[in-house]
Design a protein around this ligand. Structure first.
Ligand SMILES: Nc1nc2c(c(=O)[nH]1)N[C@H]1C(S)=C(S)[C@@H](COP(=O)(O)OP(=O)(O)OC[C@H]3O[C@@H](n4cnc5c(=O)[nH]c(N)nc54)[C@H](O)[C@@H]3O)O[C@H]1N2
Ligand SMILES: Nc1nc2c(c(=O)[nH]1)N[C@H]1C(S)=C(S)[C@@H](COP(=O)(O)OP(=O)(O)OC[C@H]3O[C@@H](n4cnc5c(=O)[nH]c(N)nc54)[C@H](O)[C@@H]3O)O[C@H]1N2
Ligand code: SF4
Ligand code: FES
Ligand SMILES: [Mo]
Length: 897
C-alpha cells in the first residue's frame, strides 16, 4: 500500500496506482481528456495537471509514491488545467460545446467555468457518415488518441490511426478511405471513449457513453453470444436509444461487439410478429391468444390421445432464459409425460458436455475465463473468437500481444492465426489425429506431469499404447500439418507454466466430435494443467448462444433433468418428482434429429419449436422441412416469420432478450441477469408466459409464476443451483455454478480437490482417429467448412434486420485463388454450390484464408440455402451434426430467367 496526501487528505492506494487514482480516492475529479481507465495512459493532453511536492505533473501518468504531497485545488494549478482545456476547446467549432452537449470536454468546460463561446473555430474538415453505427465529425477531433488506443489495446483490430501534423492531426481509418470500407468491426469502443463527440453513434444514442450514468439505463446481459457481456440499455420513451458496455461488467470490462452494442434494430422491425397466427386453408391468418392457445392445447391433447405422450416433442431455445427453459422441460415432463425435449446444444456443444463429463465429471469448462489473464500459452482450437466471441477474442489477442505464446489450430487463417506463434492447419475432420500427435510429443519429450497422472488421472497405460501410433510424421500424413509444426506446438504447450486450452465448433461439429473433445482434454491432463488454481487454465469450450449452457443446465435435454441428473436414475427422478408433485418419465426422450425422423415416419404428432429456426440452421434442411410438413401439429414461438414458422400450424409471437426478465448462463458458467428494458411489440408475450398459458389451458398449474420463483424452484430440484436466486445475482452481479448454498460462493475453478467422475479421477481417452463422414471424391472434389462471420448471428433473423445488413449483405463462399482459377471464378461471381444433399447459391470471395481444395461459408442468409448442402452425418455419441465437413462442387450460377 502507498500512503500519501491529496489536498491535506490522507489516502492509501495499492501499488501501481497513479496520482489520478489518488485524487479520485478523495472523491474529487480532474479533467482527463486523453485518459480512459480501460487504456494505458498517454499523458498527452495536460488537462489533469496537479502539484506534487511542488512540481507540476500530469496526474494520469505520474505514479503515486509514498509520502507525496499532492495539491489540486490551489489557484495556479487549477488555472493551468483551465488553460489547457480552454486551449483545446478554442480550436473547435461552436457545436463542440453548444447547449446540452454531454461530452467529457463539454463537462470539463462547464466545471472549469470555460464559456460556451470559447469554441469559435471554423468547421473545415468535414464528416464521415459512411458507416451505419460510427460517424466521425473531424472538426471535433482533439487527437487525444483514445479511439486509436481503444482499437489497438482493447479491441485489437488496429483499424484507426492519427494522420496529419500539429493542429491538423485527426483520427482516420488506417486504410485511408471511408470508415465503412475500413477494417472497423463496429465494436463501438472508439464511440464509447471519444471525449469530444467527434466519434458518435448516429440517432437517439448520439453522445451517450458508458461513462455517464443515469436513471434511464437498464442493466442486462447480452442476448447474442455466450460471452455474456454486461450491457446498460438506455431507454427513452420505451424505445432503446443505445446499448452501452458496462465498465464493471465481469466478463467484458467495458467492451462489447457489434451485435450486443448495435444490433437492436430488429426490435422495431416492421416484420416483427405482433399477434398469433393460425393456419387455415393452408394460410397463416391472425388470431387471438385465446384461440391460438386453445388450438395448441387441443392439438397436444389429440397427439397424446392418438400416439401417447411420446408423440409430442419440443425444441427449447438457447436464446431464451433459464427460467423459460426450466418451464419448457417441466411442461413436457410433467404435463405431457415425455422426455422429448432438446435444445440447440445438440447442434453445437453436446460433444463438449458429453466429452468433458466423461473426462472430468462436469458438463462445462474447467476454469474461469479470467484466468487466461495469467496463462503463458494459449492453445485455441477450432474456434474463431475474433468473429464469434469478439470480447473473448479481444482478451485472448491482448494476452498474446502481452507475451503469452499462441498456438491456433484451424484449417483457416482466422483472426487470431495472424498473431500465432504456430498456426496448425489440419484438414477438416482430422482433429483426433492432430491431438494425439501433440500428446505423442508431450510424452516422447518428457513434458507430462507423472505425479499428477499417478495421483489424479487414469487411462495412461492404454493411451500410451495408442499414442505410439501417432508420431508427428504419421500425423502429418493424416492431417496435412507438417511434423515440425506439431512438435513446435507441443513444445510451446508442453513447456508453459500455465497453459490454457480454448476450443469451439471446429472440434465438436464432426462425426467424431466427442472423441475430439476428449482427446483434446487429454492435453491438460497429461500436463497436470487442470484441477485447481495455479496448475493452469485447463480447458474451456467457447459455448455459442447466450444461454446454451443454461438451456442444458436447466434440463432441456432428453436424457437429463435440471442439474444433470439422469432421467434413468430413480434418485434423480425422485428429487424432481418431490418438487414437481408429478411423475417424471424414465425413458430418455428423442434428440432433435430423432424428432425429425419420427415426424417423417408418422410417429411424432406434435412438435413445439421454441426459438430455433430449424429449417434454416439444422443440417440437410430439405429433410427437416419434410419432417415439419409430415407432423400434424407444428407450433413455433418466434420473433419473425422465418423459414420454420412458415411451416407451422400455429405461430406465437414472443419477446426477445431486451423485452423480458430472467437469467442466462454464459460460457464460463456464470449466472447473470437479463432484464426487461422495453415492452415487446403488439400482443407478443414472453416464452415464459406462453408455456404457462398452454399448461393452464391443459388444466395443469405449473406453479412458479415468476422467473424468480422458477429459478428458486429449480434450486430445489438440484444441489448444483441450490444457492442461486435472482436476489443474490442482483446483488453479486454474477454467480457461477456449482452453487450449492445461499451462503457459499459458487465454484469458479472446478476440481480443486478431486474430479467429479465416479472415481474422482480425470479420465484420459484413447479413442483412435477415424475419418470424417464425408470425403471429397471426383464428383464432389472440395471440402466445404461452414461457420460464422462477425456481422451476423446464426439464422440472421435479428442481425439482418438493422444496420448490420449494411456491413455484410450476403453469404459468400471463400475459396483459394488456385480453385478460383480452376473453376473460372472471380471475386463477386455468383456461384452454385452442390453437395450430395442439395444446393446453395453464394457469391465467390477469393482469398488465401483457406488451403486449396477447401472452401468456407456462413449460414446467415437462409435464402442462400447453405444447410441444404450439409449432411445428416452426426457425432457418433451425441448426434451433433457434421457441419464442418461436406463434400461439394461448384459451378458459376446461371439464372433461370
Ligand atoms: N458473429 C457471430 N458470433 C456468433 C455466432 C454467429 O452466428 N455469428 N454464433 C454463436 C454460436 S451459436 C456459436 S456455437 C459460436 C461458435 O463459435 P466458433 O466455434 O468459433 O465458430 P465457427 O465459425 O462455427 O467454427 C470455428 C472454427 O472451426 C474451424 N474448423 C472447422 N473444421 C475444423 C477441424 O476439423 N479442426 C479444427 N481444428 N478446426 C476446424 C473453422 O475453420 C472455424 O474457424 O459462435 C457464437 N457467436
Ligand atoms: N451450416 C451450419 N449450420 C449451423 C451451424 C454451423 O456451424 N454450420 N451451427 C449450428 C449451431 S452451433 C447453432 S447454435 C444453430 C443455431 O441455430 P438457431 O438456434 O436456429 O439460430 P438463431 O438465429 O440463434 O435463433 C433461432 C431463432 O430464435 C429466434 N429467437 C431469438 N430470441 C428468441 C426468444 O427469446 N424466444 C424465442 N422463442 N425465439 C427467439 C430468432 O428469431 C431465430 O429465428 O445453428 C446451427 N447451424
Ligand atoms: S461478445 Fe457476445 S455477449 Fe458480448 S456483446 Fe458481442 S454478442 Fe454480446
Ligand atoms: S488525462 Fe492526463 S495528460 Fe491527458
Ligand atoms: Mo451454437
Amino acid at each position: 500500500m502507498t500512503r500519501l496526501q491529496v489536498d491535506g487528505v490522507p489516502v492509501e492506494l495499492p501499488a501501481g496506482a497513479s496520482l489520478l487514482d489518488a485524487v479520485r480516492a478523495t472523491g474529487a475529479d480532474l479533467p482527463t481528456l486523453c485518459h480512459d481507465d480501460r487504456l494505458r495512459p498517454a499523458g498527452s493532453c495536460r488537462t489533469c495537471l496537479v502539484r506534487a511536492d511542488g512540481r507540476t505533473v500530469a496526474a494520469c501518468v505520474t505514479p503515486a509514491t509514498p509520502g507525496l504531497t499532492v495539491e489540486t485545488a490551489e489557484g495556479d494549478v487549477r488555472n493551468l488545467r483551465r488553460d489547457a482545456v480552454a486551449l483545446i476547446a478554442s480550436a473547435l467549432p461552436p457545436h463542440a460545446l453548444a447547449g446540452s452537449v454531454h461530452s467529457e470536454l463539454a463537462e470539463a468546460c462547464r466545471s472549469l467555468g470555460i464559456p460556451e463561446d470559447s469554441a469559435a473555430g471554423e468547421p473545415t474538415r468535414g464528416r464521415d457518415e459512411s458507416h451505419p453505427y460510427v460517424h466521425l465529425d473531424r472538426d471535433l477531433c482533439i487527437a487525444c488518441g483514445r479511439c486509436v488506443r481503444m482499437c489497438s489495446d482493447v479491441q485489437g483490430t488496429f483499424a484507426l490511426t492519427l494522420t496529419g501534423r500539429g493542429a491538423e492531426t485527426v483520427v482516420a481509418p488506417g486504410t485511408g478511405g471511408p470508415w465503412a470500407d475500413s477494417d472497423c468491426v463496429s465494436c463501438g469502443g472508439c464511440v464509447d471513449t471519444c471525449p469530444t463527440g467527434a466519434i458518435t453513434q448516429p440517432g437517439p444514442g448520439k453522445g451517450l457513453t458508458s461513462r455517464q450514468s443515469s436513471a434511464d439505463r437498464v442493466r442486462t446481459t447480452c442476448g447474442y453470444c455466450g460471452v455474456g457481456c454486461t450491457l446498460d440499455v438506455v431507454v427513452r420513451e420505451d424505445r432503446v436509444a443505445a446499448v452501452l458496455p458496462a465498465r464493471d461488467g465481469p466478463v467484458n470490462h467495458g467492451h462489447a461487439c457489434v451485435k450486443g452494442r448495435f444490433a437492436y434494430g430488429y426490435l422495431r422491425s416492421a416484420e416483427r410478429l405482433t399477434e398469433p397466427l393460425v393456419r387455415e386453408n393452408g394460410y397463416l391468418r391472425p388470431a387471438s391468444w385465446a384461440e391460438a392457445i386453445a388450438l395448441v392445447a387441443e392439438g397436444f391433447r389429440a397427439a397424446v390421445r392418438d400416439g401417447g405422450p411420446d408423440a409430442v416433442a419440443a425444441i427449447s431455445s438457447a436464446r431464451a432464459t433459464n427460467e423459460e427453459n426450466y418451464l419448457v422441460q417441466k411442461f413436457l415432463r410433467t404435463v405431457i409425460g415425455t422426455n422429448n425435449v432438446d435444445n440447440c446444444s445438440r447442434l453445437c456443444h453436446a460433444p463438449s458436455a458429453a466429452g468433458l463429463t466423461a473426462s472430468f465429471g462436469r458438463a462445462g469448462g474447467t476454469d474461469p475465463f479470467d484466468d487466461v489473464e495469467t496463462a503463458d500459452c494459449l492453445l485455441v482450437v477450432g474456434a474463431n473468437p475474433v468473429e464469434a466471441h469478439p470480447v473473448v477474442g479481444a482478451r485472448l489477442l491482448q494476452r498474446a500481444l502481452a507475451g503469452a505464446s499462441l498456438v491456433v489450430a484451424d484449417p483457416r487463417a482466422v483472426g487470431l492465426a495472424r498473431h500465432a506463434d504456430v498456426h496448425l492447419r489440419p484438414r477438416p475432420g482430422t482433429n483426433v489425429a492432430l491431438f494425439h500427435g501433440l500428446a505423442h510429443v508431450l510424452l516422447d519429450e518428457g513434458m507430462t506431469d507423472p505425479g499428477f497422472l499417478h495421483d489424479r488421472a487414469t487411462g495412461m497405460g492404454e493411451l500410451a499404447d495408442v499414442l505410439a501410433d501417432y508420431p508427428p510424421e504419421r500425423v502429418a500424413g493424416i492431417t496435412g500439418v507438417p511434423a515440425d509444426d506439431v512438435r513446435e506446438a507441443a513444445r510451446l504447450y508442453g513447456c508453459a507454466e500455465r497453459p490454457a486450452v480454448l476450443y469451439g465448433l471446429g472440434v465438436t461439429e464432426h462425426l467424431h466430435g466427442t472423441d475430439g473433445v476428449r482427446t483434446l482434454a487429454n492435453l491438460p491432463i497429461l500436463r497436470g494443467a487442470v484441477g485447481g488454481s495455479g496448475r493452469g487454465f485447463g480447458i474451456s469450450p467457447l459455448r455459442g448462444q447466450n444461454n446454451v449452457q443454461g438451456a442444458s443446465d436447466m434440463g432441456a435435454l432428453p436424457d437429463l433433468l435440471p442439474g444433470y441428473g439422469r432421467v434413468t436414475d430413480p434418485e434423480a427422478r425422485a428429487r424432481a418428482e418431490a418438487v414437481w408433485g408429478r411423475p417424471v418419465p424414465e425413458r430418455p426422450g428423442m434428440r432433435i434429429p430423432e424428432m425429425f425422423a419420427a415426424a417423417r415416419e408418422g410417429r411424432l404428432r406434435a412438435l413445439w419449436v421454441i426459438g430455433e429456426d430449424v429449417c434454416a440452421t439444422d443440417p440437410d434442411s430439405r429433410r427437416v422441412a419434410q419432417a415439419l410438413d409430415a407432423c400434424p401439429l407444428v407450433v413455433v414461438n418466434e420473433l419473425f416469420l422465418g423459414e420454420t414458422a412458415r411451416h407451422a400450424d400455429v405461430v406465437l409471437p414472443v419477446a426477445s432478450w431486451l423485452e423480458k426478465d430472467g437469467t442466462f448462463v454464459n460460457f464460463d458458467r456464470r449466472f447473470q441477469r437479463a432484464r426487461r428494458a422495453v415492452a415487446p411489440p403488439g400482443a407478443a408475450r414472453s416464452d415464459f408466459e406462453v408455456v404457462h398459458a398452454v399448461a393452464d389451458s391443459l388444466g395443469v398449474d405449473l406453479r412458479c409464476r415468476t422467473p424468480a420463483a422458477a429459478l428458486a424452484e429449480c434450486g430445489r430440484v438440484t444441489p448444483l443451483f441450490a444457492g442461486l436466486s435472482h436476489e443474490r445475482i442482483d446483488q453479486e452481479g454474477d454467480v457461477p455454478w456449482p452453487c450449492p448454498a445461499p451462503d457459499r460462493p459458487g465454484e469458479r475453478t472446478l476440481y480443486a480437490d478431486e474430479f467429479a467422475t465416479p472415481d474422482g479421477r480425470a479420465h484420459l481417452s484413447s479413442a483412435p482417429y477415424l475419418p470424417p463422414g464425408e470425403e471429397p471424391d471426383q464428383d464432389y472434389p472440395l471440402v466445404l467448412v461452414t461457420g460464422r462471420r462477425w456481422a451476423h448471428y446464426n439464422s440472421g433473423s435479428m442481425t439482418r434486420r438493422g444496420g448490420n445488413l449494411l456491413l455484410d449483405d450476403s453469404d459468400c463462399l471463400d475459396l483459394h485463388p488456385e480453385d478460383a482459377a480452376r473453376y473460372g471464378l472471380r471475386d463477386g461471381t455468383p456461384i452454385t454450390v452442390e453437395s450430395r444433399h442439395g444446393q446453395a447459391r453464394l457469391v465467390a470471395r477469393v482469398g488465401t484464408e483457406l488451403a486449396p481444395g477447401q472452401v468456407f461459408c456462413a449460414f446467415h442468409f437462409p435464402a442462400s440455402g447453405v444447410n441444404s448442402l450439409t449432411s445428416e452425418h452426426a457425432d457418433a455419441v451425441t448426434s451433433c451434426p457434421e457441419y464442418k465437413v461436406t463434400a461439394v462442387r461448384l459451378r458459376p450460377f446461371v439464372s433461370d430467367a
